[in-house]
Design a binder for this molecule. Structure first.
Ligand code: TRP
Length: 336
């Protein structure tokens, strides 16, 4: 009975290279915390990844790595549906139908499309433009009521809602209209270590600006040692006035679980050198067990393949119901 009252929640991450500690704190880490309260469906969004150039071997490797990271960060494949997007054809199938109720203007206006088109000017392809419709399909196939998304994906979620409502109006009630899910500890937005006015991003030209989930201890500490602070020497949380120091306090808080106030107290009277070293140590120590578990999983390919297979089957079972309903509503002849 309880199963029926649980809401469904969908999210996905693209397997496009390194995952930063910002992605981990802002998204992945929270996924496992939601798995008891909701019917969670999590995907490795490889169909989305190919909208910008990918090397095939790297994409395959990144897919496995992201699966292993999901598991290492606590996602339980027996509590959630955890799968690889391209292994469930319904995502592409629903995208086709939704394309017929989407206007080109809605897609060409999207901020992310404009940014990515500027960045990959040599490869502005239809997939890049259609990216939000594929994302809508991901969400709508599972009748997800909730979608944890960061600020950069809000516009895409808005489009998802618009398409769900438009389809429901035209063909009758079919899709749950999803809401964004605001994470309780969403204050933890991690900024670049080199320029704390920018979000930490793995595509930053400066490799010292971000820390990835697979950086080893020496690399983590070296990056934190070089982190930008400011010219006075007070360790105080004041994002406007002291963005660099505040970002380091946020990171320390996120990885140790100590409150910001306690973090400030802990470093009162200490110099920036000691502070940066302590943050680096705390992050490296928190990453170590995740990295070890990830390595263990990656060495057990049969297990990972099994998880993916089970996940794709469960996802397909849910997705097929929605897709059949859609096909019936639009008038596809099924023979039965
Ligand atoms: N576009 C998302 C991102 O890059 C990933 C994604 C794909 C997603 N499909 C989704 C997120 C569905 C939430 C729901 O972050």
């Amino acid at each position: 009975m309880e199963e029926q009252v649980k809401k469904s929640l969908f999210s996905a991450v693209q397997p496009s290279g390194s995952v930063t500690i910002g992605n981990y704190i802002g998204a992945i880490r929270n996924f496992s915390k939601l798995q008891d309260e909701y019917n969670c469906i999590y995907a490795v969004a490889d169909l989305h990844a190919i909208t910008v150039p990918q090397e095939a071997a790297a994409l395959r490797k990144n897919t496995l790595e992201l699966m292993a990271l999901f598991l290492a960060s606590g996602i339980d494949p027996n509590k959630c549906v955890l799968f690889v997007q391209s292994q469930v054809p319904a995502h592409c199938e629903l995208t086709w139908v939704l394309n017929t109720i989407t206007y080109p203007g809605e897609l060409s206006r999207m901020t992310q499309f404009k940014d990515k088109s500027a960045k990959h000017a040599e490869n502005v392809n239809m997939g890049l433009m259609d990216y939000p419709v594929l994302m809508a399909s991901d969400i709508l196939l599972y009748q997800a009521a909730l979608v944890p998304v960061g600020a950069d994906q809000k516009q895409h979620l808005e489009l998802t809602r618009d398409l769900a409502i438009r389809f429901n109006n035209r063909y009758g009630q079919t899709f749950t209209v999803p809401d964004g899910y605001i994470l309780k500890d969403s204050g933890a937005k991690i900024m670049s270590l080199a320029d704390p006015s920018k979000k930490m991003s793995k595509s930053d030209d400066n490799a010292n600006a971000f820390v990835t989930m697979s950086d080893d201890k020496d690399t983590v500490i070296r990056k934190f040692k070089r982190a930008i602070t400011d010219s006075d020497s007070e360790i105080r949380y004041a994002p406007e006035e002291k963005p660099g120091v505040s970002n380091l306090l946020t990171i320390y808080h996120a990885f140790t679980g100590k409150s910001i106030a306690d973090c400030e107290k802990e470093f009162a009277g200490k110099g920036y050198g000691d502070f940066k070293m302590a943050v680096g140590e705390a992050v490296a120590d928190a990453l170590a067990p995740i990295q070890a578990e990830k390595a263990r999983l990656l060495a057990d390919k049969a297990y990972l393949n099994g998880v993916m297979k089970q996940g794709a089957e469960s996802a397909f079972r849910i997705a097929r119901k929605t897709l059949s309903k859609v096909y019936r509503k639009v008038g596809f002849y099924s023979g039965d």
